[in-house]
Design a protein around this ligand. Structure first.
Ligand code: BDR
Ligand code: CA
Length: 309
């Protein structure tokens, strides 16, 4: 099994990414960390604990930094609500976070692991950058980073920038320059990994308590995105996990990606050298295509692992 550390800002799609990770026999969740992104660190930490309780994830959990490395926090209540995870009622947390920081928990897991550990960040890259800054010697213990963030062709929070990268571009810059193998599930693929009403009705009909909540999350996400003009719900963060457990569903292009940290209009952009115009060696495997039906089937199969209805 692949050891993984899940770092996110739940967030409906973060929660569904974790649902998929917990369901997958290919993954061994060694730790969960919260990051300030969709909401304040207090809210994303509380949501992370509630989601772990719902899913029965018993891995150690630690709270991330209060905000980005340099920038001011920037939340997304228009997408995920004031709680950061509006919608169906969730169980109260069955524990407290550990007293160490997210970066310290990641460092401990990496140091103690015999095998390389994969990081799956589905929020801003603040904690991952903190880890790389504070423990550069542990870089070689990281098997790879499968992240949701960016978009080679466009943004979603500004015309140029995707939310996770825009919130903490300085952190993203550290991660993309780190030399650790990166798989980037950005908008290029996540906006093709669309979920439609027939998919969430399949999820609902599975009937177990997790399935009923996931169906509500998908319906919530679908309503928001339809109003924005999307054809379906892009379950962005779940793609970062799916890329690890079902790589055959995706097409990947290797290229060099730089993070724009300045720019009057382009701060937070992921500038991908898709046509190898510069001499810069590829530093990322950018996912650009998906077998949409296969991805939907993977989500439905995952909810079935949480029991009979
Ligand atoms: C990303 O932004 C967040 O709102 C989602 O959880 C996802 O990680 C998509 O741009
Ligand atoms: Ca997220």
């Amino acid at each position: 099994r692949i050891p993984v550390l899940l770092d996110g800002d739940p967030g409906h799609d973060d929660a569904m990414a974790w649902m998929l990770a917990k369901a997958s026999p290919a993954l061994d969740i060694r730790g969960i960390t919260s990051v300030c992104g969709n909401q304040t660190i207090e809210k994303t930490t509380y949501n992370a604990l509630r989601v772990m309780t719902l899913l029965g994830i018993h891995a150690p959990m630690a709270k991330g930094r209060p905000g980005p490395l340099v920038a001011e926090p920037m939340a997304a209540p228009s997408v995920h609500g004031e709680s950061g995870l509006d919608g169906p009622a969730l169980p109260e947390p069955d524990r407290e976070p550990l007293s160490c920081s997210a970066a310290e928990l990641m460092a401990k897991v990496l140091a103690e692991s015999k095998e390389p550990v994969y990081l799956v960040p589905t929020g801003p890259l603040t904690n991952v950058a903190s880890l790389l800054l504070s423990h550069p010697e542990l870089k070689e213990k990281i098997g790879g980073i499968s992240l949701m963030g960016g978009g080679i062709s466009h943004g979603n929070w500004t015309p140029a920038a995707e939310f996770n990268i825009l919130v903490d571009p300085e952190a993203a810059d550290i991660v993309f320059r780190s030399g650790v193998p990166i798989t980037m599930a950005g908008l290029d693929v996540t906006e093709k990994a669309l979920i439609f009403p027939e998919d969430f009705e399949r999820v609902r009909s599975v009937g177990n308590p997790v399935a009923l909540i996931v169906a509500e999350w998908l319906a919530f996400f679908y309503r928001f995105h339809r109003e924005k003009g999307y054809a379906g719900a892009p379950v962005h963060d779940a793609v970062a996990v799916a890329a690890l457990v079902a790589p055959e569903l995706f097409t990947v292009e290797e290229m060099h990606v730089d993070i724009e940290v300045a720019g009057d209009y382009t701060r937070g952009a992921t500038v991908g050298d898709r046509y190898h115009i510069t001499a810069a060696a590829p530093n990322a495997r950018v996912i650009t295509g998906v077998d949409r039906d296969g991805f939907a089937d993977l989500l439905v199969a995952a909810v079935k692992t949480y029991g009979e209805g």
